[in-house]
Ligand binder design. Structure first.
Ligand SMILES: C[S@@+](CC[C@H](N)C(=O)[O-])C[C@H]1O[C@@H](n2cnc3c(N)ncnc32)[C@H](O)[C@@H]1O
Length: 201
């Protein structure tokens, strides 16, 4: 069954010219939670190969902007409303580049960042948690009051504490397994809307 789901979304992405099956996860989250609107500035952390950027570019439209960062290169051609930084989101220099391109605060921060999975569950979930904390800390300096945050996590021991922290900082928090997530994956997407509190974790 896991293989069939993978095959279905993989084939669909190929057929529809999408850079990856991940696009269907974002499309579902957008439909359910209205995360991004036309004219918005959106930050896309871990954006390669680029399917979320393709989708976000269309969502924000020509008056909006999408700023993506990844360690790896994109496999899409960039739309005029998109900017890409090839770098590590953990580096100060990358963070200041995001700030420069943003030129103010963003309406939405989205992180689909994944660690290189080792297969050792506690190690993978801890590394995933570290990337989530990085993304949340970026919200403190980059996200407008009222803004939205989406973050992928491979839940482990730290998950409950992370959700509690999000509930302090956002008005609404929900956890979702999108339809396009492989059955064999433990990934979850946490949707946090209505940012109202800054501060580092
Ligand atoms: C599942 S992929 C993202 C797929 C993307 N949302 C799309 O739709 O095409 C996860 C990405 O996170 C990136 N990543 C992991 N750690 C990162 C870091 N510290 N800085 C930047 N990118 C990172 C990986 O290089 C990988 O390309």
């Amino acid at each position: 069954m896991g293989y069939e789901r993978k095959d279905h979304f993989y084939k669909r992405a190929k057929r529809e010219g999408k850079a990856s099956r991940a696009v269907y996860k974002l499309a579902e989250l957008q439909k359910r939670f209205k995360l991004v609107r036309r004219g918005d500035v959106a930050i896309d952390l871990g954006c390669a190969p680029g399917s979320w950027m393709q989708e976000l570019s269309a969502m924000v439209g020509q008056n909006g902007r999408v700023i993506g960062i990844d360690l790896l290169p994109l496999k899409i051609s960039l739309q005029p409303n998109c900017r890409f930084i090839k770098g590590n989101a953990e580096d100060e220099s990358s963070i200041s580049e995001i700030h420069d391109l943003c030129g103010g605060k963003a309406d939405a921060v989205l992180s689909d960042m994944s660690p290189n999975l080792s297969g050792i569950a506690f190690a993978d979930s801890y590394r995933s948690y570290e990337l989530c904390v990085l993304a949340l800390n970026l919200c403190s300096s980059l996200l407008k009051p009222g803004g939205n945050f989406v973050v992928k996590i491979f839940p482990g021991e730290e998950f409950a504490g992370f959700i509690a922290e999000l509930k302090r900082r956002f008005e609404e928090v929900a956890t979702v397994i999108p339809e396009a997530t492989r059955k064999t994956s433990s990934e979850r997407y946490v949707i946090a809307r209505g940012f109202h509190m800054s501060g580092d974790l």
